[in-house]
Write a protein that binds this ligand. Structure first.
Ligand code: ZN
Ligand code: ZN
Ligand code: ZN
Length: 374
């Protein structure tokens, strides 16, 4: 059972986002923003082109209409995207120089924020064609551009979180012992789709010693009685991301497994409790890490505490030491401490959290106790 899809974003919504980006660029002392295919382009225009070596570039410049440079063969698709009525399309044909097509829209000179992803090939092409232009990473220049979500975006993120939670409530009831990690991962992917995800980004099933590798996906290892199993899964539902982790145990855990799980749970709680407007991103990391450090497992918490989420499942802001930017209501990110004991097992607990006016709100709400599976 899935709720009705939310009303799609309109050309007016995308026009407002592009206007906001252009204004934010001006405020930051930039002449404009250049956006390659990827999450920034999806967020600004609703256009999700296939990523190829051909130049596609959104050009936002104060005082000019938003312009999208596209290969001629992609122009019909681009014209169908929800934001297309709010921009002008400039196509270029194979055999002509795309940078010559883009140059008058970008130049003749200026300083631009450029989306983090995109091909070096294209940036170098522009630099050669427009020697008077300079570029800076969009996520450095305009870190708040996509980080602070509006109400419609928060609704989508909450629905994606609820769908991932529903998937967990089902997966905890399937058989683990005697099955391969890859089989449980396939179950998880099917459940995410069943609960409304159109895209599955990852289904980590990391059992026993595999759990000690935070990046372990799922392999042929047969899960056994006594295994601790890290589950970490997510994807996109109605264009917005889910990402949650729970650590389950096949049968009754031993004392150390239970103790490590308790530490991670307390760390996750402490990280969540540190979420409030005005706190720094690094405060969330520090709060979670202090719990793990105090328990003596600091050396085994080997990654940052969290990452932003929106039209992608991993994006700024990062909850990491050194990230001093403040939390702002509407930001959404993971709080996901873990402990990884090489050759033995791992534990991670992850919720997506949004910053509210006076604290934080979890978008994942399944039990954070160590769930026993069969
Ligand atoms: Zn065990
Ligand atoms: Zn995750
Ligand atoms: Zn995550």
């Amino acid at each position: 059972m899935t709720a009705a899809a939310p009303a799609p974003f309109t050309a007016a919504d995308y026009a407002a986002r592009m206007a906001r980006a252009t204004e934010a660029a001006s405020d930051a002392g930039l002449d404009g923003v250049l956006v390659a295919p990827g999450p920034d382009l999806v967020w600004l225009t609703g256009y999700r082109p296939v990523e190829t070596e051909r130049l596609t570039l959104l050009v936002l410049r104060a005082g000019r209409d938003p312009a999208l440079v596209v290969p001629t063969l992609e122009a019909p698709d681009a014209a169908k995207s929800a934001g297309a009525p709010a921009l002008t399309l400039h196509d270029w044909t194979d055999g002509t120089d795309p940078y010559t097509a883009a140059a008058p829209l970008v130049g003749p000179a200026g300083r631009f924020g450029i989306s983090d992803n995109g091909w070096a090939l294209h940036l170098l092409g522009l630099m050669e064609r427009l020697p008077g232009t300079r570029y800076t990473a969009l996520s450095d220049a305009l870190p708040m551009l996509r980080a602070v979500k509006d109400a419609a975006e928060l609704d989508r993120l909450a629905a994606a979180g609820a769908a991932a939670d529903a998937a967990f409530e089902e997966i905890r009831r399937v058989a683990f012992a005697g099955r391969r990690e890859s089989e449980v991962a396939a179950d998880l992917a099917g459940l995410l789709r069943r609960f409304g995800h159109e895209q599955v980004d990852f289904t980590i099933v990391a059992s026993g010693p595999n759990g000690a590798d935070p990046h372990h996906e799922a392999d042929d290892r047969v899960i056994r009685q006594g295994d601790t199993v890290v589950l970490d899964f997510g994807g996109l539902k109605d264009g917005y991301g889910s990402d949650t982790s729970r650590t389950v145990h096949v049968g009754e855990p031993d004392d150390e497994e239970r103790a490590v799980h308790d530490v991670v749970r307390a760390a996750q709680e402490a990280g969540f409790a540190a979420v409030r407007p005005g706190a720094a991103c690094q405060d969330v990391d520090r709060a979670a890490r202090a719990v793990v450090d105090d328990a003596g497992y600091g050396a085994y918490f080997i990654h940052r505490t969290g990452h932003g989420i929106g039209v992608t499942t991993h994006e700024p802001p990062y909850m990491v030491e050194g990230e001093t930017r403040p939390l702002v209501p509407g930001m959404c990110f993971s709080v996901e401490p873990g402990i990884y004991l090489p050759g033995r097992f791992g534990v991670r607990i992850e919720d997506i959290v949004t910053v509210t006016e006076d604290g934080g709100r979890r978008l994942n709400n399944t039990s954070r106790e160590m769930v026993i599976v069969g």
